[in-house]
Design a protein around this ligand. Sequence first.
Ligand SMILES: [Zn+2]
Ligand SMILES: [Zn+2]
Length: 201
Amino acid sequence: MLHADIKKIAALEMARCPNCSHAIDQMGNRTHCQKCSRQLTVLCISCQTNNSLLFLNCMKCDSDFRVVGVEYYSRQVAKLDFDLKEFYRLDQLYQRAIFLEKLWRFIVPTVLFLLGTPCWYFSNNLWGLLLPFDLAFIGYLAVRICGQKWATTKVEIPLEWAKQWKPISLAAKRQETKKDEMEKQLDYYLNELNRFRQKNY
Ligand SMILES: [Zn+2]
Ligand SMILES: [Zn+2]
């Protein structure tokens, strides 16, 4: 009987890990179970206070810290997701621009070469014979110099974007990593919220 009463006392319940029931000898600043490493407190991100899993509101700032966590990380994930979607859209266009530029590097000199070949029938000097090669070389140079500008105009992405593509894609990689972290935090606060609601309502 006495044993059952003690079990109802919240403060003593805290002395056992809710995951593996391992007894926690020194609560103090310990926030993780020594046996299974499960987090034993939930951080209020508004005021950086570690709260007991049994508290509804933050003991320092009185906020509903689980909901605050869920809302904050949902916003972060949504924002990163929005930016990344725009990056993926531009990345597709950028890949198409690269493809076009490569294609033109082949096609433009070839077409100019073929356009120059009739000279072989009408001209009997060396310059006439070389003309198709000259035209092809001019075509190659033109694509080499202006190809990126033409291709980005064609697929409608800013030329500056194309020129800065490496730092932009590196930034996107960092955003992807950040989004993963934010999603993990969101999952964590969602789990904490669900667990708390199932226990208390
Ligand atoms: Zn444990
Ligand atoms: Zn707080």
